[in-house]
Design a protein around this ligand. Sequence first.
Ligand code: ACM
Ligand code: ZN
Length: 714
Amino acid sequence: MKPYFALCLSLLISLGGEACSQPLPTKFVLGKDTELICGRDLSPLGEYAAGYLGVTVSGADGASKRGTIALETDPSLAQEGFRLEVTPLEVTVTGGNYGGVFNGLQSLFRLLPAEVYGGGLGREVVLRDTLISSSPRFAYRGLMLDVARTWIGFERMKRYIDLLAYHNINKLHLHLTDDEGWRLEIKSHPELTSVGGFRGEGSPVEAVYGKWGERYGGFYTREQMRALIDYAAVRNIEIIPEIDLPGHSRNIASVYPEIRCNYAPDTVSTVGYDYRSAWCVAREENYRLLDDILSEVCTLFPSKYIHVGGDEVDLEQWSRCPDCRRLMQEKGFDDPHRLEDYFLERVSSILARHGKYPGVWDEAVKTGAFTRESRVYAWHDTRKCLGALENGYQTVIMPGEYFYLDMRQSPTEDGHDWAGIVDARKLFSFDFERSGITPGMMSHVAGFEAAFWSEAYISHNPERPDYLDYMCFPRLCALSRLAWSGNGEGWDSFYEELVSKHYDRLTAMGVRYRLFPPKVTWSGGVLRAEVDDGSRLCYKEEGSDREQAYTGPIRTAKPHLYQFRSHRGTGVSPWVAHESFHRTVKPAVKITSSMAESRQFPMSNAETYRGMTRTARASRRGDWILYTFAQEVSCREMYLQTGNRQLPKAIITRGRAEVLYAGEERFVDAGELFQGSITLRPSRPIRAVRLVSEYDGNGTPFVSIQPLVVKPRL
Ligand code: ACM
Ligand code: ZN
């Protein structure tokens, strides 16, 4: 990685007439005898660096000696800026502050073989004379991890802190609470985690996204969080906690149902679950509970800003609540958004008592009434960034169309797509001018943040690092560069660097990163796959999971039977195929169900293949959805999906598929649904398919039904 405006000089060393009996070294040799010297204030950094470099720490006076690596600060340098100098006799890492020295060390690591990230180089390395001076473009270079929907435990979080640190990312925003989980121990209210930290097995918290019917979850104890805060601080990373308020609070409301608004909920459609997710604004006791929680958060976290959410509040809950309506009247509010202002102002005054300021999602400053002392996280789109900047808020730039790492990276991969297709190239292309952000607004730009929301993660085997790594890297390499020095060099140059440097480094870090997809072409009966990144191509044939080496073009009249991907180190590309693999047909179908259809999303949506259908309630045991074809369908593959298109939410939680084959009178079992869906590969024409529920509820008030995906025989 070479994220800096780098200046490499061959230095002429003048030795000022010093007498010496041994020949002077002509190059700096880093080895086990190298000493690392640093002052006491930098000693955590000395220990950190020594672990990677395999050298010993000695001296505590900060004075550099020959044959050493010296860490020092020079307040005349920019905050977080550094100067890294390598001469034949010494390496000096000088930072404008602690963070600057840290960044300089990362720059030194990048001059070394990639094994440095394994800890302890274990061999001598000769360094060229070098001088690098650099400082970051933005003080805020962040990643948000949603640990609420999918749990990321203590050790795995430490690994992520390390990975961020290697990339000069200095803010870790932890989304600690949401509808599906409460992940931070609050000593004064232990049930928030003893109950809210888990779901399944009789918990009042329902599973929504995955791992139904099993106890799932976890939380950070206060002591663990303190250890993470310290671990991150050594690595120049500040942890910013988020307690998402006043919406996204179904979890805490399942633990303390009294915090909700004062009206009877609809629990018929949810099979008994109170789906309401907002705090009542008018209930005075709620602010006492918030005081307890936020006071503990404020004393635990050193960060000046505490993120208190403010996104996606279901305002209808307040409109239906007589107490909230009365409060609106009393305060003279004509817009329920003003209730959110009021709620968040009460929250801010709790923070202020502890000397803290609120971080908020951009909805919270919609009316412009909220305190200018807040830091706004502008996530919707670039217009929202503009709105916050124009209103004079310090703004973290993170529109989903560039910075949401839960978005898919190509059209046929896993992930959401509501904000668009976001690969490393798209993220890298963010442009202030094109986004309408004028030079005059730039003083309000705090920096950039990427966000990994984890609704879909839970159905991707979160016990292994693969999906999280794949979704984060190399997009975070691009974020790092954008936030540190910008994208002025252009994508081609950055891509060349990804391939020639980052990929091997990511492999040494053990990151299961994403390679760009191979190109697949078919012409003249010959199917070809190509890569431009030195990766190893493989393929598989339909009907088999065996991955074989691709040794050359494949002669075939049926290109749809092949899929390709490539590997390099720990990196892997998505599976890709010729466009014929994705070809679908739309047989006329009637969809009926034992559940009524929703008015907003009628069955005709999915019947006409235009979009999603919803039932008017969640499924119970014995409920069914029936697809009846106008004519028998002969196909290679038929995919039947309940739930969101990108993730298993609002599904038939557990159930089976039954098929009525042409010419038969009875449905026959076709297998169990997996996460609400099933792929059939019928050898005979089909007349109808029925999905039958074997479970009560799905944690939401409806079942979504997606249009069929039918692949023809070619
Ligand atoms: C968000 O994506 N709801 C901040
Ligand atoms: Zn209310």
